[in-house]
Design a protein around this ligand. Structure first.
Ligand code: NAG
Ligand code: NAG
Ligand code: NAG
Ligand code: NAG
Ligand code: NAG
Ligand code: NAG
Ligand code: NAG
Length: 447
């Protein structure tokens, strides 16, 4: 008799556990956003469009539905650049330079979410994430061989190959379209915006939005133009110059590589453009304003990790950076009738791809408007001009002032890491609960 009770107890425990696992799994995979699987671009080989290591490029497509079935949102993935052979060789062995090492699914959240309450204006559109594996913001066209192996610098061809793959899937009949991207992908948005428009029907509504891609031609705290030298090497190594806007490179002769900087291309872009950026963008703070080469003694280390530890002199430098950014945007702010902007004052980088910053009760705001509302109002022409500029730090109380404690080189604009961390925490909590249940029931049924 006692034995049967024990057996029943054990069975009940097992059923409960199974139920628990069944219910917790969708939570684990569904919480931060939907996972969408990868499509390799098979026809890319014929176009010579390869990732750094020679692997095929890829994208992730989440089909639109209902009223959004003919609308398309394309998002360039970000992830820094490689501007010399050594760093490109390293990158080719990672998911930043090869689809072989990439996760075969990615999370679609924020502006890519298909949940109407998290993404009211674009949730039912066709949404595409273009995977980044060329190391030059989808703009290079060259290669490097050392006799035994080849490095492919084919970003421009990858862009082309992905568009040609998507056109017959419905992109060629788009009614509305938005080209976007974050960080190095935000920069791609500036570089490819007008080319994107040229592929779509003349009567389609096409617009572009860069997120954290307004990389400034900044002077660092050691008075060097670190970003300018970096981009100059990149443009030369990866054969980017011939893909830059010819009107711009002509205007900036003899320094055509300046046309890799958004602030110099901006006035040549004809498609309506939205610029989303923090005036204290953390990546630019760490790599443009205070790159490691400009702070060999490490006086900025604490300030870089936590802005409340910055001394008055360091805060002045940060305010100077903001002024320079606003200065570079002034013409656009005053003169661009169809442009939009959201330049807030949070220590952040990439704000459109996470629910927390894109649209949530606690997400950043300017004049009480979230990023999702401002971008939506601009895209659909609702209300007045959508150009928002925040007051200087520390006035904005809606910021999370998120400075990740990762080392500067690790912090290559990696949203996936944040999402993975979120998931890891969720899984850990669930596993703990799981073992708690398991032990409770086992103890109950065995005693
Ligand atoms: C959509 O998002 C809202 C707000 O975050 C959430 O409460 C709801 O559960 C989500 N719906 C689905 C189907 O995931
Ligand atoms: C060529 O490059 C590959 C990696 O890109 C390296 O393993 C190899 O040693 C190099 N060969 C020579 C001769 O430099
Ligand atoms: C654009 O024109 C095509 C062909 O005339 C038509 O089928 C389509 O509905 C139009 N699209 C828009 C957004 O008006
Ligand atoms: C867009 O880019 C592709 C290849 O990169 C090129 O063939 C095409 O002519 C470009 N379109 C325009 C309008 O520049
Ligand atoms: C930065 O500038 C200093 C002088 O202001 C110079 O000594 C140094 O070599 C420069 N560093 C780089 C990386 O250009
Ligand atoms: C930054 O420093 C302040 C004051 O020293 C502290 O209250 C805050 O928790 C720190 N923030 C982070 C993210 O470490
Ligand atoms: C706006 O455009 C006009 C005419 O092209 C130009 O003269 C003016 O300087 C521009 N405004 C700013 C702030 O650059």
């Amino acid at each position: 008799m006692k034995k049967t009770t024990r057996l029943l107890d054990l069975t009940a425990a097992m059923i409960l556990l199974l139920l628990y696992v069944a219910f917790s799994l969708p939570l684990v995979s569904g919480d931060p956003g939907r996972r969408v699987s990868m499509t390799l671009v098979r026809d890319a080989a014929a176009l010579g469009a390869f990732c750094l290591d020679g692997s095929l490029p890829a994208y992730h497509l989440d089909r639109g539905f209902g009223a959004g079935s003919n609308n398309w949102l394309l998002q360039f993935e970000g992830g820094g650049w490689c501007n010399d052979i050594a760093s490109c060789v390293e990158r080719a062995k990672t998911r930043r330079g090869s689809t072989r090492y990439m996760g075969k699914t990615v999370v679609f959240s924020g502006i890519l979410s298909n949940n109407a309450s998290q993404n009211p204006d674009f949730y039912n559109w066709n949404k595409v994430r273009l995977r980044y594996c060329d190391g030059a913001s989808f703009a290079g066209d060259s290669q490097h061989g050392n006799g035994t192996s080849l490095l492919y610098f084919r970003g421009q061809r990858i862009w082309n190959a992905i568009i040609l793959d998507l056109l017959p899937k419905g992109l060629s009949k788009a009614r509305k379209a938005l080209l976007t991207g974050c960080s190095a992908g935000g920069l791609s948005t500036f570089l490819h915006c007008d080319n994107f428009t040229s592929y779509l029907p003349k009567n389609a509504s096409v617009k572009c939005m860069s997120d954290a891609g307004f990389f400034l031609d900044a002077i660092d705290v050691a008075a060097n133009r670190t970003m300018r030298s970096f981009y100059k090497q990149l443009v030369s190594l990866q054969g980017i110059q011939k893909n830059l806007d010819p009107t711009c490179t002509h205007a900036f002769y003899p320094e055509p590589s300046l046309c890799f900087f958004p602030q110099y291309i901006l006035r040549f872009i004809e498609t309506p453009f939205f610029i989303l950026n923090s005036a204290y963008d953390v990546f630019q703070f760490h790599h443009g304003l205070v790159p490691p080469s400009a702070d060999r003694t490490g006086r900025w280390n604490r300030c870089k990790l936590n802005v409340t530890s910055c001394n008055p002199h360091q805060l002045d430098a940060l305010q100077g950076f903001r002024k320079d950014m606003l200065g570079a945007l002034m013409n656009f702010f005053r003169n661009s009738s169809r442009g939009g902007m959201f330049i807030n004052s949070c220590f952040d980088h990439c704000q459109s791809a996470l629910e927390e910053t894109w649209l949530s009760p606690t997400s950043p705001r300017i004049h009480d408007k979230t990023i999702a509302e401002t971008v939506g109002d601009w895209y659909f022409g609702r209300g007045e001009e959508a150009k928002e500029i925040d007051c200087p730090y520390p006035c904005d109380k809606t910021c999370h002032n998120l400075i990740p404690a990762a080392s500067a080189t690790d912090f290559l604009v990696n949203l996936d890491i944040w999402l993975l961390m979120l998931q890891a925490i969720t899984i850990a909590v669930h596993s703990l609960l799981f073992f708690f249940f398991l032990s409770t029931f086992l103890v109950r049924s065995l005693v």
